[in-house]
Ligand binder design. Structure first.
Ligand SMILES: Cc1ncc(C[n+]2csc(CCOP(=O)(O)OP(=O)(O)O)c2C)c(N)n1
Ligand SMILES: [Mg+2]
Length: 491
């Protein structure tokens, strides 16, 4: 869609009479997500009027070759921008998706009839998987296997919970496995991962076993935190470069920016991948952290997991921008939209963002659009979610579609190989489940090593990972700018 659309004018201050649209004046291609922001940039979601059907139907759109073949470019002024004279700013958010669903979730009714309704067309068939620019056959199959393991492990956890073996709740990434697994798969050993609670698939890819995750949920003595924490709050900063999830939403972003800064001081540019939800991205610390990473050009790769719900609040009631990737513009970093149910799209965007990070070019914000297919956690039956919405996203199941892609479209897996692979995953999972169940519970009387919850100086030595810390002078241009700025301030 090209902005501004006459129906979206509210909030726009048009500077000049425009017989031509700004895009035409600047001779810009009509990119689906290119949009023009005037001096006071305010973009609004295209919201169909209440009771009317939306203008755009939800149809699969053909790939846009110019965008997919162009490496990610910063979401910033285009080369032919004439902003010095007109005040116009032009931004481009690449959008890898093969469909652009248009629907709105809103609250309606009163009292006992209060509930969420959907406005829009949800009848389109699911889109195909987009061919990856980077992934080989072998890599695609590896990601598919991780996704299967992720899903089967969560199904096993649900059963363990029902058997009363889990201490606390269980969090699910159902419908988000492609996002978790394919993004973590783009990391190299020296990079860092900071998953959130739904990214258990990313933990698996990064080297934790399903046994680790299940032991952790059951607070077993041999779990990653020796029974001192249930659910998925664990990491491994020594071997796997994994920072444990932090419950306070948005806080992990600053931590990852810090990890990237630490590596920079040791002479390395690394990628630091983390995630934040559609709800969590509204926190102040998200802004502070991404802004810091942007200014310092740190290798933060932030995946904004827009799964349409934050607890029981739909995304439509949480923010006014149409796409959360638009936030990238305000940070001055590249933003990109992907279909979070398409592992190839997620991988490609994360891979490009990681490469950028390793070149020292700074952060990237990736919005992955998908759907949280269960409640917030196991206690939440999510009865507030309209059934039609669940049906729509069920048809976009990341695993079923990837399986079809590998078996039928690419013919990279025969039906028999696929069957064997699924059996293999189930066997591995069953062995891990059994081992986790028979693991002992912690015994504080005998275990003298793991008494405290916090580290103290005797726990471990913190030392540089990549080399000695050296303070390098900043780039000459930046240094000059700082000098000029300081001079102005002194006046
Ligand atoms: C700063 C902060 N505010 C509120 C909460 C409580 N809380 C935990 S999860 C959650 C919803 C998160 O929604 P979203 O960010 O969309 O992530 P999702 O659960 O959909 O993956 C909230 C409000 C919190 N943990 N931290
Ligand atoms: Mg959410």
């Amino acid at each position: 869609m090209t902005y501004p659309d006459p129906s979206l004018r509210s909030g726009f201050r048009l500077r000049a009479p425009a017989p031509l649209t700004p895009a035409k004046r600047l001779n810009l291609p009509r990119l689906p997500c290119a949009f023009i922001v005037l001096l006071h940039p305010m973009t609004h979601k295209k919201r169909p009027k209440h009771g009317s059907s939306p203008k755009k139907s939800n149809k699969s759109e053909p790939p846009k070759p110019t965008e997919q073949e162009t490496p990610l470019k910063p979401a910033q002024k285009t080369g032919n921008d004439d902003s010095s004279t007109s005040g116009l700013r032009c931004y481009n958010i690449p959008d890898y998706r093969l469909e652009h669903p248009e629907f709105r979730i809103f609250m309606s009714g009163e009292g006992a009839n209060l509930g969420y309704r959907i406005e829009g067309d949800l009848s389109a068939p699911p889109p195909p998987i987009r061919e990856s620019k980077y992934l080989s056959r072998k890599q695609c199959i590896a990601i598919y296997r991780w996704m299967l393991l992720n899903r089967r492990m969560e199904a096993a956890l649900e059963n363990l919970y029902k058997q009363g073996k889990v201490v606390g709740g269980v969090y699910f990434g159902l419908g988000q496995e492609g996002c978790s697994c394919a993004s973590a798969y783009a990391l190299r050993p020296d990079d860092w991962l900071a998953p959130m609670i739904r990214n258990q698939g990313a933990m698996l890819v990064r080297g934790f076993s399903a046994r680790d995750v299940m032991r952790q949920y059951m607070a077993k003595a041999d779990s990653p935190t020796w029974g001192r924490d249930a659910s998925s709050h664990f990491g491994d900063w020594q071997r796997r470069n994994v920072c444990a999830p932090i419950s306070m939403l948005g806080e992990l972003i600053g931590v990852m920016a810090g990890v990237c800064l630490g590596a920079r001081l040791q002479g390395r540019n690394i990628a630091g991948l983390t995630y934040v939800g559609d709800g969590g991205q509204s926190t102040g610390v998200t802004y502070e952290s991404v802004n810091f990473a942007a200014v310092q050009k740190l290798g933060l790769v932030l995946i904004v997991e827009n799964n349409l719900w934050g607890y029981s609040t739909p995304a439509d009631m949480q923010f006014c921008v149409k796409d959360l990737a638009e936030r990238a513009i305000a940070y001055g970093v590249p933003g990109v939209i992907v279909d979070g149910t398409d592992a190839c799209q997620v991988y490609d965007a994360t891979h490009q963002a990681c490469e950028r990070a390793r070149r020292g070019e700074g952060p990237t914000l990736i919005e992955a659009k998908m759907m949280r297919m269960k409640g917030h956690a196991i206690h939440d039956a999510a009865q507030y979610v309209p059934a039609r919405l669940l049906d729509f996203w069920r048809a976009r199941d990341p695993i079923a579609r990837f399986e079809n892609y590998l078996v039928n479209v690419k013919q990279w897996l025969t039906a028999e190989d696929n069957h064997k692979l699924i059996e293999d995953v189930e066997r591995e999972l069953e062995a891990d489940r059994e081992a986790a169940v028979v693991s002992p519970m912690p015994d504080p009387e005998t275990d003298k090593t793991h008494q405290g919850v916090y580290c103290d100086l005797s726990c471990h030595e913190i030392k540089p990972k990549y080399g000695p810390v050296t303070l390098r002078p900043r780039e000459p241009v930046a240094a000059k700018a700082k000098e000029a700025e300081a001079a102005v301030h002194l006046k």
